[in-house]
Each structure stands twice: as structure tokens, then as C-alpha cells.
Design a protein around this ligand. Structure first.
Ligand code: ADP
Ligand code: ZN
Ligand code: ZN
Length: 739
């Protein structure tokens, strides 16, 4: 045994590192941070990541356990990525081991070799001939030989069926030594001389200005916010900047929101370039993810496209980072390591000294603020690229008007007129299901979830009541569970009800619903969109799945059934999200020759934020909302951290948070932390969820440094608190949802 101490990050929530003794054999190897090492942990084994090598440990020598095995000859993580993970763990006050677990591909965490997989390749032998007499009467073997001979580098075993190659024929050919089988690494696709597979569009003046600004920032860290209205041609700007990046011999990383993963977005990148594209998103399997990660790391992928976690993909030659739809909520991870991929992308761009471009038609208030203060260069594109006009907005005051499944009389007329004119209508309602509640007209019973402080949604078609917060469901009752009467009425409207009603109102036109329930089948979404693209008059009803990235040229009327939810919510970000959704949905309309119209149904037609949004547009709204945030001392003018706790028994979570609050007050007194307020503990807005009682404590600070100083000392105390063992708790730095 050696005296070399290995200090490891282990996949544990504890915010500390763990020491092990290196075996004599390990100690003779060059040991560098990032290497994976298998160690004993309790009665199990774990894979840890080497953080540093030391000569001494605070652990008594007889307690120090030897490591079991070194898994890597060199570190699989490049230093830049390791540094990013260190920064992330520090900033989000998360255990480094767990941070690395979130950041690395699953197979690497499980100990898989950090090398691109070896594969079997079928190849024609040098002296094989198609007119070989041994296959003269074997047409299938001849066909297989012919197909294979068109692939001089061989065909990977996994691709045989794709090329219509039959394994039995190949086995027969193998026996005749007309083909051979070779095990080797997937040959990296060759780099191309000509990057463009498709001509570029000539940029218009606004696009050119944005393009030139970012290009002049190539080669070092610069941050830009591309605020371009929907349809202004942001994607074309991204594509041309990526081409510049490739020509400079560098790689581009593109993050897209989860909801944009449709084939439409990816196809635009794939069609434009002769490039090796690595895809990293939820639909790729673990092996594909690891291969894409390795290809990016080794410079064998030119463009890396993925959702949130793709931010942690290493790059050999990073040249540009693009965050599409930077305002999108899916960039924030809401469990475990609660990071924000957009914010971390900025850190990464800075660390790797490359430019970063954030794009959106509806930038987050945080990013707009950063543009105002000069941290980001602001690039505006105010016109639609194809020449289409911006849609017009109308607020439709529905106070005291009867709503028929959520649809007012004037809106029905507008829909009818649009269909008669041969155009399409998009009806937006951000609520799935038939109705948000079931009510007994006799006794007032309502369909509460037994596990949450929430109502269960009526799903008529599948015949269930379902809770959208915990997933609990039960059969739709025929009689009231309380008084046994049969007068049960669905209250309010979701997409399913709107769809049903629209079908009755407009029986001559197809009504298509797009939400998570209707599109859960794999091709459902694709089929829907093909139908819509065909262009005959029809109605599309859907949730926010409709809001992103799609292009519906024949939609000329967009109806927002209910804009009010965002205007009186307890969450200070609700109005921002509502405005973004309305503008994004509206942006689907009239993208071709006909101008679009957007009708917003509301009970708050005079609400200043709604007036501003519909009359002067998103940027005027955003200025107003920013000035409200400033006077209320809310982000981006303040910094937040939220300590959440939940427990099975009522009062337990608050008990822990009370203690946590006292500890924070004491630390604040010791540290002289100025400008930090502790708000709470209070029960969460929805106190009971999935059978647990939840509470929270909000920390609000005028400056970031004292807040971070406080929480790093605080968390170490929280980890030791006995009351913390009975609850599940977590800290969210820069929380996005305050629930
Ligand atoms: P955004 O990403 O800003 O929503 P897109 O890049 O999707 O906008 O562009 C909207 C439409 O305008 C697309 O159909 C695109 O092909 C077209 N377009 C973009 N740039 C140009 C251009 N310079 N000239 C003509 N059409 C363009
Ligand atoms: Zn009843
Ligand atoms: Zn529930």
C-alpha cells in the first residue's frame, strides 16, 4: 500500500470529498484530475472521480480504505469541462460528485470505457468478383455482394438491415471468403471540403448587421443577445455563423429547448451542412449519447446540437455557442442539480474564450437587463425575413359574455369567417384535458386529489380524473362520491373540451388537437403537422406545444382563450411567461402572404401589462415589467435562493426550516451580511403535493457575493441538523419557479 491519497468526488449528496489510499500499482501511474476510480463505499462499490492527489489525509490512517481500481489511463474529461463542473458545483452549492453525475453520460458514470465503441464491419475482400461461379446460382448472395461492394470502407453490422443486407447471405459469402468481417472503431466521417450542402439565403440588412457583429467577436469571449421577432430569420443567422465557425476549423454547440426537438429544427441543420452532427437529447440512448459526447470531445463532430444537458459536452476546438429560444423554461433543471443551462453556457463561453449568442423573439427579462447594462451586445431584428407582416392584436373583453366551452360569441364569429375565407385557425389554451374540475351540482363536492391540494382534471375521452401535479388518477365517477347524486358537471375548459365544442360548432372543418395527451404516440405530432402543412381550412387546438418553432403559413387567426392566469398569479414571473407564450403563439400566424390576427380573450382587458403587450409589443411590455421588478426589488435586480423542504407529516418541513432560519440569522450576524432578507418559512403555494407537506424559505439579496458566502456556510450546518433527516430538502440558487 502506498502513501498516495486520492481525493475523490463520489456520487453522493454530501458536499465533501472522500479520501482513499492508492494501491502501489496505482501510485506508479500518472494520476490526473478527472480519472475514474472504483472504490468501496459502505457495503457497496462506487465510481468516483479524482479531484486531487495528496500526501496526507485528515482521515486516520487505519480508517483510510484502499481504492479498488483505476478505470482510465488518462482523464476522460478534458480540463475545461472539469473546470466547468467545479464552477457549477460551487455556484449551485451542490455536491461535486453529484454534479459530475448529472454532467457526464450515464455510461461513463457506470464505468464504460471512454472510447468510441468498436464495431463489426462487413467488407468485400480484395479478390472477390461478382461473377464468381460459386454464387452464379445464388441471387441473394450476389445482390448482397454487389451492395457491399459499393461501400469500400465496409458496412457497420448495425446498419445491415437499413441497407437491406441479409445476415444469412453474408455468412455464406464469408464462408466463401468473398467478404470479411473486421472489428474496429467506427471510422470517423471524413471532414468535408465544402461545408454547404445547400445554398445560403442572402441575408437582409438586419440579419447582416447581426451576423457581422457576432462574427467580429469570433476568437474570444463576447456575449450577444439576438432579439429578433418570430420569423425574422434568426435561424438563418445561426446557420451562417456556424458555417463561419466550421470554416475556421472549429466546433459549434447549439442548445435548443426540449419542445423544439421536432424533426423540423434538426432537419434545418442537417440539410444545410456536410458536417458531422452530434445529437444529444432525451431521445438518444445511453450508448449513442456516449458516442456523441466522445466524438465531440475528440473533435470528430463539427456541430453539437442538444437540449439542456448538452451544455456539458466537451469540445476539442470550441468556436461558438448558440442558445436558441434563450427564454425557454426547459433550460432550467428542476431537480437534483438545479442549474440553468443558459447561465452556465455564459460561464463556459467565458472559460473557453469563445463568443456566445442567445437568441429569442421574447428574451427573458434577465437577458434584456444584461443587454441594458452592456454585458451583452444587443442585436435587434424587427422585421420578418420573408416579408410577412407582424400579426395584429385584439383584446377581447369577455366580462359578462357567456363563454361556450371557453369560447365567446365574437370569437366564434371570427373563427367562422377565417374558415370561410379558406384559412386556418389556431386556438391556444394552456390546459390539457376536458375540464380542470368536476363539480357536484347538488352538494358542491369537487374532484380534489387525495394526495395534493389541487383539483383533478376531467379527462373525458379516457374516462378518468387525473391529477396533473402527481399523476394520480381514478375512474370518472358516475355519481357524486359524497351525496351519490348524478348531477356531476365539468367546470371550466381544457383543450379536449374546446376541441369537442369546436367540432360541433364547425362540423365542416377538421379540428386537430395538439397536446401531450393527443401526441403521446410517436408519429402523432408529425402526422398532425403534415395535415396542417397541406393547407386546407382547419382548426388547430392546443397547448404550448403549438407555441414553439413551428411554421404554419396558412394560419391567419390565433385565438388565446385565456390570458388571465398570468396576470394575477402569486409567482412574480407569471406575467413574463404569459407574455412570452402569447407572443410565441402569435408568431405562428400569418408567416406567409396573408397577415395574421391575434384575438386575446380576457377579463382584464385594461390591465397595463396586457395593454402594453398587445398594443406596443413584447419589448415595451418587458420594459414595463422590468421597472416593476426594479421597484419591487426582484430579479434581475436582486438575487434569490430558495430552501425547499417536504415531509410526510404536517409541520415537519416548517420545523426544519425554522431551525434553518435561526441558523441563517446567526450566520448573518457573524458575517455582517448586508442586504440579505429571509422571507419565511411559509407553506408552499400548493402545500400538499403527492402526499407530502411542503414549505419554503426564500433568501433575497441585493448582491450575490454575500448571499453565496452565507449559503456555503449555512449548507454545511443544514447537513448536520437532525431535523433535516426527517425531511427532504434542497436549495435552489436562482430559482425560476417559486413553488
Ligand atoms: P426565426 O428563427 O427568427 O423565427 P426563421 O429563421 O425560421 O426565423 O425564418 C423565418 C422564415 O424566413 C423561414 O421560412 C426562412 O426560410 C425565411 N428567411 C430567413 N432569412 C431569409 C432571407 N434572408 N431571405 C428570405 N427568406 C428568409
Ligand atoms: Zn354531491
Ligand atoms: Zn395529486
Amino acid at each position: 500500500m502506498s502513501d498516495v491519497i486520492l481525493r475523490l468526488a463520489l456520487p453522493s449528496p454530501l458536499r465533501r470529498l472522500f479520501d482513499y489510499r492508492a494501491t502501489a500499482a496505482m501510485a506508479r501511474q500518472p494520476l490526473t484530475p478527472g480519472m475514474r476510480i472504483r472504490v468501496p463505499f459502505g457495503r457497496r462499490e462506487m465510481i468516483g472521480i479524482l479531484v486531487e492527489v495528496c500526501a496526507t489525509s485528515e482521515v486516520p490512517a487505519d480508517k483510510l480504505k484502499p481504492a479498488i481500481a483505476l478505470l482510465d489511463p488518462t482523464s476522460p474529461l478534458p480540463p475545461a469541462l472539469f473546470k466547468l463542473c467545479l464552477w457549477t458545483a460551487q455556484y449551485y452549492q451542490h455536491s461535486l460528485g453529484d454534479t459530475l453525475s448529472w454532467a457526464l453520460p450515464v455510461l461513463l458514470r457506470q464505468g464504460e470505457a471512454a472510447e468510441i465503441r468498436q464495431e463489426r464491419f462487413w467488407q468485400v475482400t480484395a479478390d472477390a468478383r461478382l461473377d464468381d461461379p460459386r454464387i452464379a446460382r445464388a441471387p441473394r448472395q450476389r445482390e448482397a455482394l454487389q451492395t457491399l461492394s459499393q461501400h469500400p470502407h465496409g458496412v457497420a453490422h448495425s446498419l445491415l438491415s437499413k441497407l437491406g443486407l441479409n445476415k444469412d447471405s453474408l455468412d455464406l459469402l464469408l464462408a466463401k471468403q468473398l467478404v470479411q468481417l473486421e472489428v474496429r472503431r467506427q471510422r470517423p466521417a471524413t471532414r468535408h471540403e465544402h461545408w454547404l450542402a445547400q445554398p445560403e439565403l442572402p441575408l437582409n440588412d438586419e440579419q447582416r448587421a447581426a451576423f457581422e457583429a457576432v462574427r467580429s467577436g469570433f476568437g474570444s469571449f463576447h456575449a450577444f443577445l439576438l432579439a429578433g421577432v418570430t420569423g425574422s430569420g434568426k435561424t438563418e443567422v445561426y446557420l451562417q455563423l456556424i458555417r463561419e465557425t466550421l470554416e475556421a476549423g472549429k466546433q459549434a454547440l447549439v442548445l435548443i429547448p426540449e419542445i423544439n426537438l421536432g424533426p423540423q429544427t434538426l432537419a434545418r441543420f442537417e440539410q444545410r451542412f456536410n458536417a458531422r452532427i452530434a445529437l444529444l437529447h432525451s431521445a438518444v440512448n445511453d450508448r449513442e449519447r456516449l458516442d456523441a459526447w466522445l466524438a465531440a470531445r475528440d473533435g470528430e463532430a463539427d456541430i453539437i446540437i442538444g437540449t439542456r444537458s448538452a451544455l456539458f459536452t466537451p469540445m476539442k476546438n470550441p468556436g461558438l455557442i448558440i442558445i436558441d429560444e434563450e427564454h425557454d423554461g426547459s433550460y432550467k433543471q428542476q431537480e437534483g442539480l438545479r442549474y440553468h443551462a443558459r447561465d452556465l453556457a455564459l460561464v463556459r463561453a467565458h472559460q473557453e474564450n469563445v463568443p456566445i449568442l442567445l437568441g429569442s423573439a421574447t428574451p427573458s427579462l434577465e437577458s434584456l437587463h444584461n443587454a441594458h447594462t452592456g454585458r451583452y451586445g444587443l442585436l435587434r431584428m424587427n422585421h420578418r425575413a420573408g416579408g410577412a407582416k407582424q400579426p395584429r392584436f385584439l383584446r377581447l373583453d369577455v366580462r359578462s359574455r357567456p363563454l361556450d366551452s371557453g369560447i365567446s360569441g365574437p370569437l366564434q364569429q371570427a373563427i367562422g369567417k377565417t374558415l370561410e375565407a379558406g384559412q386556418q385557425v389556431l386556438v391556444f389554451l394552456n390546459r390539457r384535458g376536458f375540464a380542470p374540475t368536476l363539480l357536484c351540482h347538488d352538494c358542491g363536492w369537487m374532484s380534489g386529489c387525495p394526495r395534493c391540494d389541487a383539483r383533478m382534471t376531467v379527462h373525458q375521452r379516457s374516462g378518468v380524473l387525473r391529477c396533473h401535479h402527481c399523476g394520480y388518477d381514478e375512474r370518472l365517477p358516475l355519481r357524486c362520491p359524497k351525496c351519490a347524486h348524478v348531477d356531476l358537471r365539468p367546470v371550466g375548459a381544457g383543450t379536449e373540451r374546446a376541441e369537442e365544442r369546436l367540432k360541433v360548432l364547425f362540423p365542416d372543418f377538421p379540428v386537430l388537437r395538439v397536446d401531450r395527451d393527443s401526441t403521446s404516440r410517436k408519429d402523432a405530432m408529425h402526422n398532425l403537422f403534415t395535415t396542417i402543412q397541406r393547407g386546407q381550412p382547419s382548426i388547430l387546438v392546443g397547448t404550448q406545444m403549438l407555441a414553439k418553432g413551428h411554421h404554419f403559413p396558412r394560419v391567419t387567426l390565433v385565438a388565446i382563450l385565456d390570458a388571465d392566469g398570468g396576470l394575477f398569479s402569486g409567482d412574480f414571473r407569471a406575467s413574463e411567461r404569459m407574455a412570452q407564450l402569447i407572443v410565441q403563439v402569435a408568431g405562428r400566424a400569418g408567416r406567409a402572404e396573408e397577415p395574421g390576427k391575434v384575438i386575446v380573450q380576457t377579463h382584464l382587458a385594461e390591465h397595463p401589462l396586457l395593454v402594453q403587450l398587445t398594443e406596443e409589443g413584447y419589448f415595451a411590455f418587458a420594459e414595463q415589467a422590468l421597472s416593476e421588478r426594479r421597484s419591487a426589488g426582484l430579479p434581475p435586480f436582486a438575487h434569490l435562493a430558495l430552501l425547499r423542504a417536504e415531509a410526510h407529516k404536517p409541520g415537519q418541513a416548517e420545523g426544519f426550516l425554522d431551525e434553518a432560519c435561526s441558523a441563517a440569522e446567526r450566520l448573518l450576524a457573524e458575517q455582517g451580511g448586508q442586504g440579505i432578507e429571509l422571507l419565511g418559512p411559509v407553506p408552499a403555494p400548493m402545500e400538499r403535493r403527492a402526499g407530502r407537506f411542503r414549505a419554503q424559505l426564500l433568501l433575497q439579496a441585493s448582491a450575490r457575493a454575500p448571499l453565496h458566502r452565507l449559503i456555503s456556510a449555512w449548507l454545511l450546518e443544514l447537513e448536520q441538523m437532525p431535523s433535516g433527516r426527517q425531511v427532504r430538502w434542497s436549495l435552489d440558487v436562482d430559482p425560476v419557479d417559486l413553488y
